[in-house]
Design a protein around this ligand. Structure first.
Ligand code: PLP
Length: 361
């Protein structure tokens, strides 16, 4: 294997995806698999397809293009609010998009008309998380302003939970959403069959309760890949949290003091680290750095390994207490492994220096 590497166990991700799909289908909710956590990797989109998901969702046109070109026939959704500069390619890249500006939707309608194509859109509503979406009071105005478009078909509304501000989904919020959908339907004068919610934090509600029947789509990424629900700070008990791992190779391993010598300024990233004098320690230098991972969101898998710090290209770990490693200590060429949380996964999957390996075991 080429290091550093991000490995993904296919069968575990597939099993997680199937469990999420089963849970959701009991509540008449279809699942849209979000691929942005692995940079739109078509192999992940294929797993979602195999699990019976209804569609693929990603925030980047480039990712959706990769998936389109891989031959995956699921419908594709662009879920980041579209930039004006990408409207021309949007209908070719995505079947559905999430939108939150009247002027952009009008422009998209003009683009679609001139191309002679049709495109589907869900109207984002901000339920209080304060990222994207119409404020509920503006839905009447939006519906009226959009009631005459011809080539963009508004088929529902969508909302995010716990994205920018950590606002959690509740039954109350879902009831609100169903009501907002009614408001928009009235002003638009059109049926709105879809209400899409996301992301992983919404699973918790579906586990115990039955949401309003109008809610029929879930967009999800983190739970399926990592078995975690960051918003509710929990490991999802029925999902596997061991599907992904990041592996890096030791390039140097030496006994060194735990406190630096010399006058101290700031380190490469403008921070001032704090040092605890623990005497002489065995330190391993790994061929992976902040360009490839977010070190605050990595957990060493081998006992006794702890992360000290990292610069762009190197991560430094303390391996003094790593009894599980070979008796004669670590050597250059040995590989250490880590479990990533979402930000570390995102960075690793995006870095062109990290190989992304889907394993079959
Ligand atoms: C990232 C994202 C999701 C997926 O969220 P997870 O919590 O990772 O499941 C859903 N919807 C939107 C709009 C997103 O940007």
């Amino acid at each position: 294997m080429k290091y550093p590497a991000l490995t993904i166990c296919r069968s575990k991700v597939l099993s997680n995806a199937c469990k999420v799909r089963e849970l959701c289908s009991k509540k008449n909710i279809e699942v849209w698999g979000v691929t942005k956590g692995l940079s739109g990797d078509p192999r992940l989109a294929d797993i979602y397809r195999e699990a019976g998901f209804a569609g693929i969702s990603d925030s980047r046109s480039l990712n959706l293009k990769k998936i389109r070109d891989s031959g995956n026939d699921l419908p594709r959704q662009l879920m980041r609010i579209a930039m004006r500069s990408e409207l021309a390619e949007l209908p070719g890249v995505a079947d559905v998009s999430l939108q939150s500006e009247v002027s952009t939707i009008l422009e998209l309608d003009r683009v679609c008309s001139s191309l002679g194509v049709f495109h589907e859109t869900l109207i984002m509503v901000d339920i209080g998380d304060l990222r994207e979406g119409f404020w509920p009071n503006d839905l009447v105005y939006a519906g009226e302003a959009l009631s005459n478009i011809s080539n963009v078909s508004i088929t529902g509304i969508a909302a995010n939970f716990a994205c920018a501000s950590g606002v959690l989904p509740t039954m109350e919020k879902l009831d609100d959403l169903a009501r907002y959908s009614d408001v928009l339907r009235e002003s638009l004068g059109r049926n709105l069959p879809n209400i899409s919610i996301g992301g992983t934090s919404c699973l918790k509600l579906l586990e115990g309760q039955t949401p309003p029947s109008a809610i029929n789509q879930l967009r999800i990424c983190e739970g399926v890949l990592l078995g975690k629900d960051t918003a509710f700070m929990r490991e999802i008990p029925y999902l596997d949290g061991t599907a992904l791992a990041i592996h890096a190779e030791i390039v140097e391993c030496k006994l060194k003091p735990s406190v630096p010598s010399g006058e101290l300024g700031l380190q490469a990233f403008g921070e001032k680290p704090v040092f605890l004098d623990r005497g002489t320690r065995k330190r391993a230098l790994l061929g992976i750095g902040r360009q490839d991972v977010n070190i605050d969101r990595l957990t060493p898998m081998q006992d006794g390994v702890s992360i000290i710090t990292a610069s762009s290209d190197h991560m430094i770990v303390d391996v003094t207490d790593a009894a599980s490693l070979r008796k004669d200590g670590c050597q250059p060429g040995d590989v250490l492994s880590f479990r990533p949380l979402y930000p570390a996964m995102l960075a690793a999957a995006t870095s062109e220096y990290v190989s992304v390996v889907f394993e079959d075991k």
